[in-house]
Write a protein that binds this ligand. Sequence first.
Ligand SMILES: [Zn+2]
Length: 320
Amino acid sequence: MAEQTARLLLLTAAVGLAWGSQGDREPVYRDCVLQCEERNCSGDALKHFRSLQPIYMSLAGWTCRDDCKYECMWFTVGLYLQEGHRVPQFHGKWPFSRFLFIQEPASAVASLLNGLASLVMLCRYRASVPASSPMYHTCMAFAWVSLNAWFWSTVFHTRDTDLTEKMDYFCASAVILYSVYLCCVRTVGLQHPSVASAFGVLLLLLLSAHISYLSLVRFDYGYNMMANVAIGLVNLAWWLAWCLRNRRRLPHTRRCVVVVLLLQALSLLELLDFPPLFWVLDAHAIWHISTIPLHILFFRFLEDDSLYLLKESEAKFKLD
Ligand SMILES: [Zn+2]
């Protein structure tokens, strides 16, 4: 009995520290998880669980405890719906129907498609733009930074752990910062390479400080979002100002305008927070789906712009 009480107290402490959504604060859910773990996750019962668990589940790192949480989440959701209450969140997330080992199938597939779109456009850019174009290497690096972010986004939405969550967040911040750097190289760096290099070092230091704070001090979701929004606004304002100033001379900049404006407008989708439709499609997944065509548009702009810069530099070379 004393042991039971101690475990309950420990559980309550753990709940206070790490658990924070309505669903997982529910005593019914907590009891369900506790009982499930006691029943299935130790000794012979655990051996039995492992013998029945499909190989792809264990390879993806699904444990007996994770399975208990998943089953108890649906049990609790069932009770909520039966009583006519609104669907609650669990551990900061809506309940999602798992597909095989994939935790959030719609966001995972959309992230994969974003990555594929980046990859296709990277190949297309490499095939159509000669390496001698002034922006070639900066644009190629942007494609790789973006591809890396979509890889981690796919991994995170497939399997949410502390590590995959951090990698998703950090790599997404790296893309926004790299986009600001790309803009700096295009608008200032071609005439003053040392300014772009110094600005690149500054951005790298900013990213390092951001990652160090979030991983060594405290993982603060609010601060992370504000930092990304702030850098996103700098990115929007800088690209937009340059595009509008050059819109007559460089008609291809209109694709860039469409991309930065749409990106900003679509990111508002993240503010809509509703339980997933069919337990699959939530606002975050819709946001990921909506960005797929933007890669195509942005790389079409980079391609046209790089070819324009190449022509311009060749003309200058001839004049010299
Ligand atoms: Zn995501």
